[in-house]
Design a protein around this ligand. Structure first.
Ligand code: MOS
Length: 704
């Protein structure tokens, strides 16, 4: 890898985009100079600790505040009878708010771990001790947390696309097929637990509300808080400079709202930090899914019929659907094509966006089914995908902006050594280990959303970029530095980028794999205009020259196309038939994911996604106890994730793929890395053992 950090002053330099660059804030992070939300000091800071319900359904009869208020350092106990009222009847940037964040508004308890009180004290230890001593009396009601494929109360929900798509006659197509796969797949409840737990400090300062937070978009969170507390948006400032992971979990949550309430009541800064255990019920998760895939094909593997139906769950207070059937609308065509996403409401916390929502569990089912079809047809799994590569969007009929999926498979097969593969299962041994290889396809939507940016040419010849991006560990700040440097024809070290502050103006959140693309677009427009102005050579005044941009019009003018990133995943596993242990020996992912801005951090993102895919395939499973309605082991000891010893050699790379309509050529890489990874592992386990695993995770007891 080459470094592009040549220092050439303000001389014209091109080519920062596409060359490896270490994080501009890397030194601050490894030396501890970078402060995270829970460790920024404030004078007169008070600490709030959330108390969560210990029943899964019912009503709060009473909260025994008096004994707790007498405890050392305790300043207040907020609960449904005394907390400030908030508004939840609005449509925010992502739709109607999840009432889970609107804490202490009523006496109903809709799930285990529902916030029932905030204890505020002088120190966090005092707050925690008091919160744990707080006695809340409940009127308990029977709860229902039983998720299963045959729920009679399941219903289709349009969200992120229609609930159901239908083309041709499915049953006729299946009946006319020489080969049929009809299989049910399940994935468990899975949790995103960023290394940095959710934390926020709220304070009123000269009539303005300021919230120092860890989130995926300060403009978004600020607008939610303004809506909820009926405040002028200009009077709310949210900052979030460094974020230790998000993955979809870091939006508006109970901690920010509780902190704002307490800061308002006490008129002093209040910090609320969640424990990891609290995150299991308060910050969203991936719903368990049951999915049925039916594939009908001619003997040569060409699909006649494709059906993908998915069921996921949500809470009783908010609808969120895990749209697992969505990838089938993009990946494969058939004359008879049917997809459906259904939902059931249970007495559980609300799930949310978790890295590659829909695509991650959906691709496990669909790409496993493709592998089963390849086996039944006696066709190589890659050749099967070649024969079913669609010309246009199978459901939309729209052209692809660019696809290059087969280029990923070709390059992946070459580098992985796929050509020598004996397709028969259960034949290869290395001592006691059975060996197998598997592959799967990946896709994730490539979108862009309106954002604003301001670029300033400073009098000293350097540049300042202000764009309200969120760097949740992705390297977005560095990517934007490289994009700006190229657009300004300067070196990256001549550019400073300010992000993570709602006062910087409107910008999309870090989500949907569209952050870097959307923010870069705004930076490109402002920087391009600034260069034109500088070319007039009128000199730079002391305050500099600033150009602002807004991409609303440019993004609105995008033509309708199927826009996605794609990829090919490969895995080699070893299975111990005596213990049931599965070990991934190596993985390779080749992606067609647009122009890669910073290969160093892009590779990290993709390898991170693939690592999570191993975790999803073999380890992750939140187990909900039907009797209590709560989790067993809601922590990182009980919730098993892949650790270093589980993660072997992982390689991620890409083929040339430039988005034709994006000013930089970016498509987005945040999520595609996890898609298909679990299916590649599961398909490799079949190849090793001859046994199909349709239920994740592939635990040792399931292998035996
Ligand atoms: Mo991502 S699941 O869009 O934060």
């Amino acid at each position: 890898m080459t470094s592009a950090t040549t220092t050439t002053g303000t001389r014209a330099v091109k080519g920062s985009v596409g060359s490896a660059h270490t994080r501009v804030e890397g030194r601050d992070k490894v030396t501890g100079a970078a402060r995270y939300a829970g460790e920024i000091p404030f004078a007169e800071l008070a600490h709030g600790w959330l108390a969560l319900s210990t029943v899964a359904r019912g009503r709060i009869r009473s909260v025994d505040t008096a004994p707790v208020l007498a405890m050392p350092g305790v300043l207040a106990v907020l609960h449904h009878e005394n907390a400030p009222r908030v508004d939840t009847d609005y449509v925010g940037l992502l739709g109607t708010p999840d009432p889970t964040a609107a804490v202490f508004q009523h006496d109903r308890v809709p799930h285990m771990g529902w916030p029932v009180a905030l204890v505020v004290a002088e120190t966090s230890e005092q707050a925690r001790e008091a919160a744990e001593a707080l006695v809340v009396h409940y009127e308990q009601e029977p709860h229902d947390v039983a998720f299963s494929a045959d729920r009679p109360d399941a219903y289709p929900l349009d969200n992120f696309g229609p609930a159901v798509t239908q083309k041709g006659d499915l049953e006729t197509g299946l009946a006319a097929s020489a080969v049929v796969v009809d299989a049910e797949y399940t994935t468990p409840e899975e949790h995103h637990n960023p290394m940095e737990p959710h934390a926020a400090t709220a304070l009123w300062d000269g009539g303005r509300l300021e919230v120092v937070d860890s989130n995926q978009g300060t403009f978004w969170v600020a607008s939610e808080i303004a809506n909820m507390f009926s405040l002028d948006p200009a009077s709310v400032r949210v900052r979030s400079e460094h974020v230790g992971g998000g993955f979809g979990s870091k939006g508006l949550r109970a901690h920010q709202v509780a902190a704002v309430m307490a800061a308002t009541v006490l008129q002093r800064p209040v910090r609320v930090v969640m424990t990891r255990r609290q995150m299991f019920s308060l910050t969203g998760y991936r719903s368990p899914t049951t999915q049925r895939v039916r594939l009908g094909a001619d003997a040569d593997g060409r699909l006649r019929a494709l059906d993908h139906s998915s069921l996921s769950l949500t809470s009783t207070v908010h609808e969120f659907i895990e749209a697992c059937a969505a990838p089938a609308r993009v990946m494969y065509d058939a004359d008879a094509h049917h997809t459906a996403n259904r939902l059931v409401r249970l007495d559980v916390p609300t799930p949310t966006f978790m890295r590659a929502p829909g695509e991650a569990p959906g691709s496990f089912a669909l790409e496993s089914a493709l592998d089963e079809l390849a086996e039944k047809c006696g066709i190589d799994p890659i050749e099967l995908r070649v024969r079913n590569e669609p010309e246009r969007g199978p459901v939309s009929g729209l052209p692809f902006s660019s696809r290059n999926l087969l280029a990923c498979f070709r390059e992946g097969a070459r580098r992985f050594g796929w050509a020598d593969r004996d397709p028969r299962p259960g034949l290869r041994r290395d001592g006691r280990w059975l060996l197998g290889t598997g592959t799967a396809a990946a896709s994730f939507g490539s979108a862009a959303m309106p954002s604003t940016a301001a670029v300033t040419a400073e009098a000293d010849g350097t540049f300042t970029v202000r764009v309200n991006a969120a760097d949740i560990g992705t390297g977005a700040r560095t990517a934007l530095t490289l994009v700006a440097a190229d657009a300004l024809e300067t070196a990256p070290d001549q550019v400073r980028v300010h992000i993570g502050d709602s006062d910087l103006g409107p910008a999309v959140l870090a989500g949907g794999s569209m952050g870097t693309r959307s923010w870069s677009w705004a930076v490109m427009i402002a920087a391009g205009e600034l260069r034109e102005r500088l070319a007039l050579n009128t000199g730079i005044p002391p305050e500099g020259i600033t150009v602002r941009s807004d991409t609303t019009a440019a993004i609105g003018a995008l033509s309708r196309k199927e826009r996605h990133s794609f990829g090919a995943q490969f895995a080699e596993v070893a299975v111990d038939p005596a213990t049931g242990e599965v070990r991934v020996r190596r993985m390779l992912g080749i992606f067609a994911a647009g122009r890669i801005v910073n290969p160093l951090t892009a590779r990290s993102q993709l390898v991170g996604g693939m690592t999570w895919g191993i975790s999803m395939a073999l380890h992750e499973e939140a187990v909900r106890d039907r009797a209590t309605g709560g989790h067993y082991g809601a922590d990182l000891a009980g919730y098993h994730v892949a650790s270093h010893a589980d993660v072997p050699h992982i390689e991620a790379d890409w083929v040339d793929d430039v988005d034709p309509d994006d000013p930089v050529g970016i498509k987005g890489i945040g999520e595609v890395g996890i898609v298909g990874a679990a299916a590649a592992v599961a398909n490799a386990v079949w190849h090793a053992t001859g046994v199909r695993h349709r239920n994740l995770p592939i635990r040792p007891d399931r292998v035996l």
